[in-house]
Design a protein around this ligand. Structure first.
Ligand code: DGY
Length: 322
Protein backbone atom coordinates (compact mmCIF):
# COMPACT_ATOMS: atom_id res chain seq x y z
CA UNK A 1 0.00 0.00 0.00
CA UNK A 2 1.19 3.53 -0.79
CA UNK A 3 2.38 5.62 2.12
CA UNK A 4 0.23 8.63 3.03
CA UNK A 5 1.20 11.98 1.53
CA UNK A 6 2.26 14.95 3.67
CA UNK A 7 2.69 18.40 2.18
CA UNK A 8 4.76 21.01 4.05
CA UNK A 9 4.06 24.56 2.94
CA UNK A 10 7.51 26.03 3.57
CA UNK A 11 11.12 24.92 3.25
CA UNK A 12 12.25 23.73 6.66
CA UNK A 13 15.38 21.79 7.62
CA UNK A 14 15.26 18.24 6.30
CA UNK A 15 16.60 16.67 9.46
CA UNK A 16 13.57 17.93 11.41
CA UNK A 17 11.11 16.09 9.19
CA UNK A 18 13.16 12.89 9.07
CA UNK A 19 10.86 11.11 11.60
CA UNK A 20 7.94 11.57 9.19
CA UNK A 21 9.64 9.85 6.32
CA UNK A 22 9.24 6.41 7.91
CA UNK A 23 5.46 6.73 7.74
CA UNK A 24 4.78 9.10 4.85
CA UNK A 25 5.84 10.46 1.50
CA UNK A 26 6.80 14.00 2.31
CA UNK A 27 6.92 16.92 -0.09
CA UNK A 28 7.93 20.42 0.81
CA UNK A 29 7.42 23.83 -0.87
CA UNK A 30 10.99 24.75 -1.82
CA UNK A 31 11.09 28.39 -0.69
CA UNK A 32 12.08 29.57 2.73
CA UNK A 33 10.90 33.16 2.56
CA UNK A 34 7.96 32.98 0.21
CA UNK A 35 4.56 31.45 0.85
CA UNK A 36 3.33 28.67 -1.39
CA UNK A 37 0.78 30.09 -3.88
CA UNK A 38 -2.76 29.34 -2.69
CA UNK A 39 -3.68 27.51 -5.91
CA UNK A 40 -0.72 25.18 -5.61
CA UNK A 41 -1.54 24.55 -1.95
CA UNK A 42 -5.12 23.62 -2.97
CA UNK A 43 -3.73 21.26 -5.61
CA UNK A 44 -1.45 19.55 -3.07
CA UNK A 45 -4.27 19.38 -0.50
CA UNK A 46 -6.34 17.31 -2.95
CA UNK A 47 -3.92 14.43 -2.48
CA UNK A 48 -2.64 15.10 1.02
CA UNK A 49 -3.36 13.10 4.17
CA UNK A 50 -1.73 15.80 6.30
CA UNK A 51 -0.61 19.39 5.79
CA UNK A 52 2.04 21.17 7.81
CA UNK A 53 1.01 24.80 7.41
CA UNK A 54 2.26 28.29 8.29
CA UNK A 55 0.17 31.10 9.76
CA UNK A 56 0.46 32.84 6.39
CA UNK A 57 -1.42 30.01 4.59
CA UNK A 58 -5.17 30.38 4.21
CA UNK A 59 -6.83 27.05 4.91
CA UNK A 60 -10.40 27.86 3.95
CA UNK A 61 -13.51 25.81 3.49
CA UNK A 62 -13.00 25.65 -0.29
CA UNK A 63 -9.59 24.02 0.15
CA UNK A 64 -10.90 21.64 2.80
CA UNK A 65 -13.90 20.58 0.66
CA UNK A 66 -11.53 19.50 -2.09
CA UNK A 67 -9.25 17.48 0.18
CA UNK A 68 -10.95 14.09 0.50
CA UNK A 69 -8.01 12.30 2.15
CA UNK A 70 -7.02 15.05 4.57
CA UNK A 71 -6.89 13.96 8.21
CA UNK A 72 -4.87 16.73 9.81
CA UNK A 73 -3.77 20.33 9.37
CA UNK A 74 -0.79 20.90 11.68
CA UNK A 75 -0.31 24.66 11.97
CA UNK A 76 3.15 25.93 12.91
CA UNK A 77 1.81 28.56 15.34
CA UNK A 78 -0.23 28.80 18.50
CA UNK A 79 -2.75 30.99 16.64
CA UNK A 80 -4.98 29.30 14.07
CA UNK A 81 -7.11 32.14 12.70
CA UNK A 82 -5.75 31.28 9.23
CA UNK A 83 -7.72 28.02 9.33
CA UNK A 84 -11.46 27.54 9.05
CA UNK A 85 -11.59 25.19 12.04
CA UNK A 86 -15.36 24.87 11.90
CA UNK A 87 -15.23 23.66 8.29
CA UNK A 88 -12.40 21.27 9.19
CA UNK A 89 -14.34 19.86 12.15
CA UNK A 90 -17.43 19.32 9.97
CA UNK A 91 -15.30 17.19 7.68
CA UNK A 92 -13.64 15.29 10.52
CA UNK A 93 -10.28 16.95 9.86
CA UNK A 94 -8.14 17.53 12.93
CA UNK A 95 -6.43 20.89 13.37
CA UNK A 96 -3.41 21.12 15.65
CA UNK A 97 -1.30 24.06 16.82
CA UNK A 98 1.89 24.62 18.82
CA UNK A 99 0.98 26.03 22.25
CA UNK A 100 3.24 26.08 25.33
CA UNK A 101 6.54 25.46 23.55
CA UNK A 102 6.59 29.08 22.37
CA UNK A 103 5.29 30.88 25.46
CA UNK A 104 8.64 31.88 26.95
CA UNK A 105 10.15 32.96 23.64
CA UNK A 106 7.10 34.99 22.65
CA UNK A 107 6.91 36.61 26.08
CA UNK A 108 10.63 37.53 25.84
CA UNK A 109 10.06 39.21 22.48
CA UNK A 110 6.94 41.00 23.68
CA UNK A 111 8.71 42.36 26.74
CA UNK A 112 11.68 43.32 24.56
CA UNK A 113 9.37 45.21 22.22
CA UNK A 114 7.85 47.03 25.18
CA UNK A 115 11.33 47.95 26.43
CA UNK A 116 12.41 49.10 22.96
CA UNK A 117 9.53 51.54 22.63
CA UNK A 118 9.72 52.77 26.22
CA UNK A 119 13.48 53.34 26.18
CA UNK A 120 13.67 54.31 22.49
CA UNK A 121 16.24 51.61 21.78
CA UNK A 122 15.76 51.47 18.01
CA UNK A 123 15.94 55.26 17.65
CA UNK A 124 18.99 55.36 19.92
CA UNK A 125 20.83 52.63 18.02
CA UNK A 126 20.14 54.45 14.73
CA UNK A 127 21.39 57.68 16.31
CA UNK A 128 24.78 56.17 17.05
CA UNK A 129 25.14 54.31 13.75
CA UNK A 130 24.15 57.38 11.76
CA UNK A 131 26.87 59.39 13.47
CA UNK A 132 24.47 61.85 15.06
CA UNK A 133 25.90 61.49 18.59
CA UNK A 134 27.77 64.68 19.39
CA UNK A 135 27.82 64.77 23.17
CA UNK A 136 26.25 63.25 26.28
CA UNK A 137 23.32 65.38 27.34
CA UNK A 138 20.81 65.05 30.18
CA UNK A 139 17.70 64.32 28.14
CA UNK A 140 19.30 62.83 25.05
CA UNK A 141 16.89 60.14 23.83
CA UNK A 142 15.29 60.00 27.25
CA UNK A 143 12.45 57.49 27.26
CA UNK A 144 9.96 56.31 29.83
CA UNK A 145 10.54 54.00 32.77
CA UNK A 146 9.19 50.49 32.69
CA UNK A 147 9.84 49.49 36.31
CA UNK A 148 7.09 50.17 38.86
CA UNK A 149 4.61 51.01 36.10
CA UNK A 150 1.26 49.40 35.37
CA UNK A 151 1.08 46.72 32.72
CA UNK A 152 -2.33 45.88 31.22
CA UNK A 153 -2.45 42.50 29.51
CA UNK A 154 -5.39 41.87 27.21
CA UNK A 155 -5.57 38.11 26.67
CA UNK A 156 -4.25 36.35 29.77
CA UNK A 157 -3.43 32.93 28.34
CA UNK A 158 -0.09 31.12 28.65
CA UNK A 159 1.87 33.87 26.87
CA UNK A 160 0.16 36.55 28.95
CA UNK A 161 1.08 34.75 32.16
CA UNK A 162 4.65 34.31 31.00
CA UNK A 163 4.86 38.00 30.13
CA UNK A 164 3.44 38.82 33.56
CA UNK A 165 6.20 36.77 35.14
CA UNK A 166 8.80 38.95 33.43
CA UNK A 167 6.94 42.10 34.56
CA UNK A 168 7.08 41.05 38.22
CA UNK A 169 10.88 41.28 37.98
CA UNK A 170 10.38 44.93 37.02
CA UNK A 171 8.09 45.51 40.03
CA UNK A 172 5.19 46.26 37.73
CA UNK A 173 1.57 46.21 38.76
CA UNK A 174 -0.31 43.80 36.51
CA UNK A 175 -3.88 44.30 35.33
CA UNK A 176 -5.49 41.91 32.91
CA UNK A 177 -8.60 41.45 30.85
CA UNK A 178 -9.64 38.07 29.54
CA UNK A 179 -12.75 36.13 28.47
CA UNK A 180 -12.64 34.42 31.86
CA UNK A 181 -10.76 34.97 35.10
CA UNK A 182 -7.25 33.45 35.23
CA UNK A 183 -6.95 32.48 38.87
CA UNK A 184 -3.43 31.14 38.43
CA UNK A 185 -2.25 34.55 37.17
CA UNK A 186 -4.06 36.25 40.04
CA UNK A 187 -2.39 33.97 42.58
CA UNK A 188 1.11 33.78 41.12
CA UNK A 189 1.48 37.30 39.73
CA UNK A 190 -0.96 39.28 41.84
CA UNK A 191 -2.61 40.14 38.55
CA UNK A 192 -5.88 42.01 38.93
CA UNK A 193 -8.82 41.32 36.64
CA UNK A 194 -10.37 44.46 35.11
CA UNK A 195 -13.02 45.32 32.59
CA UNK A 196 -11.35 46.49 29.38
CA UNK A 197 -12.26 50.16 29.92
CA UNK A 198 -10.65 50.25 33.32
CA UNK A 199 -7.53 48.47 32.08
CA UNK A 200 -7.16 50.97 29.22
CA UNK A 201 -7.55 53.93 31.55
CA UNK A 202 -5.12 52.70 34.19
CA UNK A 203 -2.30 51.03 32.24
CA UNK A 204 1.03 52.59 31.28
CA UNK A 205 1.60 49.71 28.87
CA UNK A 206 -1.27 47.96 27.14
CA UNK A 207 -0.23 44.65 25.63
CA UNK A 208 -2.49 42.82 23.21
CA UNK A 209 -2.10 39.04 23.33
CA UNK A 210 -5.64 37.98 22.58
CA UNK A 211 -6.30 35.56 19.71
CA UNK A 212 -8.05 36.90 16.61
CA UNK A 213 -11.70 35.85 16.60
CA UNK A 214 -14.95 37.44 15.40
CA UNK A 215 -15.25 39.00 18.86
CA UNK A 216 -11.72 40.45 19.02
CA UNK A 217 -11.49 41.85 15.47
CA UNK A 218 -10.75 45.60 15.82
CA UNK A 219 -11.06 45.36 19.60
CA UNK A 220 -8.48 48.14 19.69
CA UNK A 221 -10.40 50.84 17.86
CA UNK A 222 -10.56 54.64 18.08
CA UNK A 223 -12.53 54.55 21.30
CA UNK A 224 -10.03 52.13 22.93
CA UNK A 225 -7.09 54.41 22.11
CA UNK A 226 -9.00 57.46 23.33
CA UNK A 227 -9.36 55.82 26.72
CA UNK A 228 -5.62 55.21 27.13
CA UNK A 229 -3.31 57.63 28.92
CA UNK A 230 -1.45 60.06 26.65
CA UNK A 231 1.74 58.55 28.11
CA UNK A 232 0.65 54.97 27.38
CA UNK A 233 2.49 52.62 25.05
CA UNK A 234 0.55 50.04 23.06
CA UNK A 235 2.11 46.69 22.15
CA UNK A 236 0.61 44.11 19.79
CA UNK A 237 2.10 40.62 19.61
CA UNK A 238 -1.05 38.67 18.72
CA UNK A 239 -2.65 39.35 15.34
CA UNK A 240 -2.81 42.56 13.31
CA UNK A 241 -6.57 42.48 12.76
CA UNK A 242 -7.26 42.79 16.50
CA UNK A 243 -6.27 46.42 15.94
CA UNK A 244 -7.88 49.03 13.72
CA UNK A 245 -4.60 50.26 12.21
CA UNK A 246 -6.04 53.57 11.00
CA UNK A 247 -7.24 54.30 14.53
CA UNK A 248 -3.83 53.36 15.91
CA UNK A 249 -2.11 55.60 13.37
CA UNK A 250 -4.34 58.50 14.39
CA UNK A 251 -3.75 57.80 18.10
CA UNK A 252 0.06 57.84 17.74
CA UNK A 253 0.17 60.74 15.27
CA UNK A 254 -2.10 62.95 17.34
CA UNK A 255 -0.35 62.18 20.63
CA UNK A 256 -3.38 60.39 22.06
CA UNK A 257 -0.89 57.68 23.10
CA UNK A 258 2.90 57.86 23.42
CA UNK A 259 3.97 55.09 21.06
CA UNK A 260 3.48 51.57 19.82
CA UNK A 261 5.42 48.35 19.39
CA UNK A 262 4.03 46.06 16.73
CA UNK A 263 5.09 42.55 15.82
CA UNK A 264 1.96 41.87 13.76
CA UNK A 265 -0.02 43.73 11.12
CA UNK A 266 -3.28 43.60 9.24
CA UNK A 267 -1.41 42.95 6.00
CA UNK A 268 1.81 40.96 6.38
CA UNK A 269 4.31 41.93 5.18
CA UNK A 270 3.40 45.56 5.87
CA UNK A 271 4.73 47.92 3.21
CA UNK A 272 7.78 49.94 4.26
CA UNK A 273 5.95 53.04 3.03
CA UNK A 274 3.03 52.50 5.44
CA UNK A 275 2.50 55.72 7.44
CA UNK A 276 2.78 53.84 10.76
CA UNK A 277 6.36 52.90 9.92
CA UNK A 278 7.33 56.54 9.37
CA UNK A 279 6.72 57.41 13.03
CA UNK A 280 9.80 57.46 15.30
CA UNK A 281 7.78 56.24 18.28
CA UNK A 282 6.59 53.11 16.50
CA UNK A 283 8.80 50.03 16.58
CA UNK A 284 7.80 47.46 13.98
CA UNK A 285 8.98 43.87 13.72
CA UNK A 286 8.26 41.20 11.07
CA UNK A 287 6.09 38.83 13.18
CA UNK A 288 8.98 37.20 15.03
CA UNK A 289 7.29 36.52 18.39
CA UNK A 290 8.34 32.88 18.58
CA UNK A 291 11.35 33.17 16.29
CA UNK A 292 14.24 31.72 18.22
CA UNK A 293 16.12 28.80 16.72
CA UNK A 294 15.35 26.62 19.74
CA UNK A 295 11.64 27.40 19.79
CA UNK A 296 11.04 27.17 16.06
CA UNK A 297 12.81 23.79 16.14
CA UNK A 298 10.51 22.63 18.95
CA UNK A 299 7.44 23.94 17.15
CA UNK A 300 8.35 21.99 14.02
CA UNK A 301 9.02 18.85 16.09
CA UNK A 302 5.61 19.19 17.72
CA UNK A 303 3.95 19.46 14.30
CA UNK A 304 5.87 16.42 13.12
CA UNK A 305 4.80 14.44 16.23
CA UNK A 306 1.16 15.43 15.68
CA UNK A 307 1.29 14.35 12.03
CA UNK A 308 3.01 11.09 12.84
CA UNK A 309 0.43 10.35 15.53
CA UNK A 310 -2.54 10.96 13.23
CA UNK A 311 -1.05 8.93 10.39
CA UNK A 312 -0.46 5.99 12.72
CA UNK A 313 -3.94 6.24 14.25
CA UNK A 314 -2.80 7.67 17.54
CA UNK A 315 -4.01 10.85 19.23
CA UNK A 316 -2.18 14.06 18.38
CA UNK A 317 -0.83 16.09 21.32
CA UNK A 318 -2.30 19.53 20.69
CA UNK A 319 -5.74 19.48 19.08
CA UNK A 320 -7.59 22.71 18.41
CA UNK A 321 -11.04 21.36 17.36
CA UNK A 322 -13.69 21.49 20.09
C1 DGY B 1 1.88 32.24 16.79
O1 DGY B 1 2.44 31.16 17.00
O2 DGY B 1 0.66 32.32 16.62
C2 DGY B 1 2.75 33.45 16.78
O3 DGY B 1 2.10 34.52 16.21
C3 DGY B 1 4.06 33.15 16.10
O4 DGY B 1 4.98 34.15 16.33
Amino acid sequence: MDKPFVFITRKIPNELIEPLKAVANVEMWDKEDEAVPHELLCEKAKHAHALLTMLSDRIDSELLTQAPHLKLVANLAVGFDNIDVEAATERGIIVSNTPDVLSDTTADLTFGLLMSVARRLVEAAGYVKENQWKSWSPFLLAGRDVHHKTLGIVGMGKIGETLGKRATGFDMEILYHNRSRNLQAEKKLNAVYCELNELLERSDFVVCLTPLTDETKHLFNASAFEQMKTTAIFINASRGAVVDEQALLHAVQSGEIAGAGLDVFDQEPISASHPLLQLPNVVALPHIGSASIETRTEMISLCVKNIKAVLTNESPITIVNK
